[in-house]
Design a protein around this ligand. Sequence first.
Ligand SMILES: Nc1ncnc2c1ncn2[C@@H]1O[C@H](COP(=O)(O)OP(=O)(O)OP(=O)(O)O)[C@@H](O)[C@H]1O
Length: 729
Amino acid sequence: MADKDRRSKSMESRRRKRTSSEEHSYAVAASSPWDIVAPSPVPIRASVSSSTSKYPAKNHNFNAKSNFISEIGSRIDYSRTRKKIVGKNWEDHQLLRSGGFRGNKVETEFDDDEEEQKVILHVHDIKLPPFLDGRVVFTEQAELILPIKDAMSDMAVISRKGSALVREIHEKQKRDKSRQRFWELAGSKLGDILGVEKSVDETDADTVVVGEDGEVDFKGKARFSQHLSVGDFTKSKTISQQRQNLPIFSVQDELLQVVRENQVVVIIGETGSGKTTQLTQYFYEYGYTANGIIGCTQPRRVAAMSVAKRVSEEMESELGDKVGYAIRFEDATGPSTVIKYMTDGVLLRETLKDPDLEKYSMILMDEAHERSLDTDVLFGILKKVVARRRDFKLIVTSATLNGEKFSNFFGGVPIFNIPGRTFRVQICHSKTPCEDYVEAAVKQAMTIHIAGAPGDILIFLTGQDEIEATCYALSERMEQLISSTKQPVPKLLILPIYSQLPADLQAKIFHKAEDGARKCIVATNIAETSLTIDGIFYVIDTGYGKMKVYNPHMGMDALQVFPISRASADQRAGRAGRTGPGTCYRLYTESAYENEMLQSPVPEIQRTNLGNVVLLLKSLKIQNLLDFDFMDPPPQDNILNSMYQLWLLGALNDVGDLTDLGRKMCLQFSFDLRIGKRKVMLLGKSFLCQNLITLHCLMFTNNGKLMNTEETGVMTIFYRSKVCTRLGR
Ligand SMILES: Nc1ncnc2c1ncn2[C@@H]1O[C@H](COP(=O)(O)OP(=O)(O)OP(=O)(O)O)[C@@H](O)[C@H]1O
C-alpha cells in the first residue's frame, strides 16, 4: 500500500512537472504564433481568405503577428487544455498497461467530444508588396497553359504510368546492390559492354582550370573539344562535294539576295537541308564578317560544339580559330574567330554586358521552333537591337512550318523556304499503342541488330533512368543471345547520352564503332536537333520526352514526362537521314501522331518558373514586364508567383524594383542556378561560412558545378572530395 502511495505521489509530481513544462512551452509558443501556424514557404494561393489578398503573409510581419495572437488567444487556451487532458490520459494509460499502477478501470479509448471534431482554420492577414496587390497587370495571358493536347489520350495515360521494364530493372539492381553510374562501370562486365574506360573519379584535382569569367568546370578534362574525332562521314565524297549536294546549295544566290535586302529574315527548311552548317559559311564568304562576327545560337550544348567542329572542318581551320563555340564552362573561341556557335543562354548573358551586341554583325537563331526560355527572351531583346542598329542582321531558322509566327513577330519579315531534303527517311508507325515504350524500344533495337541492314541506331527516351535501364536491358539481351547461339553475333556498342553525362562520355557517340560492330545510341531529346551522327540510319522514337513544368501552387518547376510534339517527332526522324537514307520506327500509332500530339511544343516561357527571366529583364532596366515583347506572353500566375518569390528573397523591393542583392543574384551566377541557391551563396559570403554553404549548394545544385569562383575561392576544398567529384556529372 505504502508502495502504491509512493508510486502515485511520484506520478503526480511527474505530472505536475510535465504540466508546468507544457505551460512553459505554450508560453513560448504564444509569443511565437508562427510555431503554431506554420507559415507557408511558397506562395500557395489561399483558398480560404479573410482579406482580398491572394498571397500568404511575409513571415516577418511582427505587427500582424501580435494582432493575430490576440485574435486567436482563446483558441490557444482551448487547445492547451485539450492537450493537457490528452497528455494526462495517455500517461495514465501507459502506466496502467506497464503494470506500474493498478486501477479498477482502464480507459482504452479517449473521448472524442464534439469540440474536437472542429477544424480550426487560421488565416493570415496578408501584407503584400504594393506592386503585387493585383492592380498591376503584367501579362496578357490570364490562364495557365497545359503542355499536352489531351490529358486522357492513350499517350498521356502511358506517359503517366511509366515503364514496367524500368521498374523491374531498378528492383533487380537494388537487390544486387549494383546500381552504378555508367562512368563508374569501368572494368566491370557491363562497363566493358558499354565501352566505358575510366571513371570521373580519376580526374586530377590539381589540373582544375578557372575560366576568365570566374567559372570553373572541375571536370576540365572532360571537355567536348578534346574528345571529338574527325567525322568519317561519306568518305567517298570530298567535303566540298558534300556541301554542294545539300538542298540549300541550289538556292544560295536567292537566299543571299533576300538577306541583303532585309534586316530580318525567317528561313524554313527540312532537317538536313544545311541551315545550321551552311548559312554561317555563306554569310562569311559573302563578307558579313567585315564589321563584326557571326553568331549562331543553339538550344543545346552538344549541338553547339558538334556543329562548330563540323564547320571548322569544312572551312579547313582548327576548332577555336576561325570557327569556335561557347557553352557554359567552355569557351572554344579565339581572337580570329569569325563564326561563333553558342547556346542561347551564352548570348543572353552577353546582352547583359553589351546590350547592343556590338561585336556581332549578324545573329542566326537556329532551331527557333524549340522555343526555349532563353530563345524567347532573346527574341524580345534582339528585336530591340534590330531597331537600334541598322547594320545588324537577324536570321531566324526553323525546320517547322510556323514561320508565319516568327515573321509576324518581327513585323511581317520575309520567309525564305529551302526546298527538298538530302536523304529520304522512311517512317514506320506502330499499329497499336505501346503500353511499355522502353520494352518496345529494346525489342525494336534487338530486331534491327539481328535482322536489319548495316547502320547505327538512335533511340529516343525521356531521361537518365530510362536510358540506364535500356542500356542494361540491351546488354543483358545481348549476353543471352550470345550464350544461346553458336552463330557469331555482331557486337553492339551501346552508348548512353543525356545532359548530366560528362562531356567526354557524351562525345563518344560521335566515334565510329569498330568494324563489324553496330552502334546503338540511347539518348534524351538532347540529340534531337542539329546533330549529325555519322552512320545513324535507324531512329527509334518512343514519342515521349521530359519537360520542365512550373507548378505555381508549389512554386517550383518539375520535370515531367509528356508526349512530344509533332515538330519534335519530325526532328527525331530527321536524325536518320543525314548521311544516307534512313528509317524511323515510331512506337506510337499514326493516329496518335495526328491527334494526340501538339503541333509544336508549348514555349518554355509559358510553362516554367520565370524568376530568372524577371531578374534578367529587371537588370536590363525593363521595369514593366508588359513593355517587354514576348512572342507568347507567360501566364499571369507564373509571373506573379515568380515575382513574389523574388520579393520574399529580397531580390525585389516593395515597388518591384531590383535591389542590390537582386542585381548580384542576376550578375554573379549562371542562369540555370536556382535563384534561392544564389541568395544562399551570397549570404554565405557575408556570414563567413561560405565554404560550407558553397559546398551545400554545390551538392544540391542541378549540375553539381561551382558557378562562381570570385564568390568562393574554395575550389580545392571540395574539388578533392570524391563525393563532389562524383556529383560533377
Ligand atoms: N558532323 C557531320 N558529319 C557528317 N556530315 C555532316 C555533319 N554535320 C552536317 N553534316 C551534313 O550536313 C547536312 C546538313 O546539316 P545541317 O546541320 O546544316 O542541317 P540542318 O538543315 O540545320 O538540319 P537540322 O534542322 O536538322 O539541324 C547533314 O544532313 C549532313 O549530311
